[in-house]
Design a binder for this molecule. Structure first.
Ligand code: FDA
Length: 301
């Protein structure tokens, strides 16, 4: 088992997840999680906005198997929408349908998503549905499709490791999309396993959406991809208001500022809340160097 597999395995461990919530932000998580409550995340948004960076806010929460927790999550997200509106900050919402009841009852989940998208729509705030594992992929697309029949402020994520990513991209080319490599452990029946295949597909998808699609969020910390995109948009005269770069809070901070200073639209993904464990384990899986975040903290205790 590789280190990546170990962390992905740990990210799915519900017992460790609940233990982690009791101890607040630990193990270096505070450097990649923008606070435990709404007040803290609002401060982080304002600090980033002041540097020319917009934000997408994720109320962390995984392993939601009862309606009470899903309704609590909905309430938190509605509060964030209200605060974004009343405080006039440059931010939108990212959410995971599983947190709103996708694994409990799809009709219940849809109703929660509807309430959130409607409230955000009233204030002109965009809502992005993060994409999780393959088992949830098609129902998440269906939620989005249904909501797009009534609202124009919804979009989602295309994960380049899936064989079907290009088909989905073509199908949803008129939707605002975030394009990523993909963060979950997926079977070889549905997803590329080699980094080379994933990286190649990733660039293909970005180019397609930049040329044919609606607004594109290029969400990566990969400097090679970013450099390629810069050249590609220049060669094809793609205006800067057609796309943005996105990175996660706490990663490559200097590059985030640099891209914003170069005049590119830049958006930082801000996760917040006590339920940081699964998110943090996936970040450790992506990049072994991130383990230094943990060891630094342990060594300085
Ligand atoms: P990758 O990890 O492949 O790194 C490529 C190279 O970039 C590395 O070899 C290294 O040279 C350099 N590099 C990367 N990170 C670095 C660092 N911190 N410091 C220095 N160099 C670094 N996934 C998903 O499945 N569903 C989702 O909804 C989302 N949403 C999402 C939003 C945003 C804003 C981001 C940035 C990412 C996601 N992801 C995601 C996660 C995504 O799928 C992917 O797992 C991670 O972004 C890691 O892949 P990268 O493209 O960043 O580069």
């Amino acid at each position: 088992m590789s280190l990546k597999d170990v962390f992905l395995y740990l990210s799915e461990n519900e017992v460790l997840n609940s233990a982690a919530q009791k101890y607040g932000l630990q193990l270096g998580a505070q450097s990649v999680v923008a606070g435990t409550n709404i007040d803290e995340v609002m401060e982080s948004i304002k600090a980033l906005n002041a540097q020319g960076i917009s934000c997408t806010v994720d109320n962390l929460g995984e392993f939601v198997y009862d309606k009470e927790h899903a309704l609590q999550a909905k309430d938190n997200i509605l509060q964030v929408i209200e605060r974004i509106h009343t405080e006039g900050v440059d931010a939108h919402i990212s959410l995971k349908p599983s947190q709103l009841g996708q694994d409990i009852d799809e009709a219940f989940c849809y109703d929660n998503l509807y309430d959130i998208v409607k409230a955000a729509h009233a204030h002109g705030i965009f809502v992005n549905f993060d994409m999780e594992n393959y088992a949830r992929l098609h129902s998440s697309f269906t939620f989005m499709e249904r909501l797009l029949e009534q609202f124009d402020n919804v979009g989602t994520v295309i994960q380049a490791y899936f064989f079907e990513a290009m088909d989905n991209l073509e199908k949803y080319k008129d939707v605002r999309l975030r394009i990523v490599k993909g963060a979950y452990k997926e079977s070889a029946d549905v997803a590329y396993q080699s980094k080379l295949d994933i990286d190649q597909n990733y660039v293909k998808l970005i180019e397609y959406h930049l040329l044919h699609g609606k607004f594109t969020s290029i969400a990566t910390h990969d400097h090679n991809v970013i450099e390629h995109v810069k050249q590609f948009v220049a060669q094809h005269d793609i205006p800067k208001d057609q796309f943005e770069f996105q990175m996660l809070y706490g990663f490559r901070k200097e590059m985030q500022l640099q891209l914003a200073a170069e005049g590119y639209n830049f958006c930082t993904y801000l996760p917040f809340g006590n339920d940081w464990y699964g998110y943090f384990m996936r970040r450790l899986a992506e990049r072994p160097q991130n383990v230094a975040l943990v060891t630094n903290e342990l060594l300085t205790k």
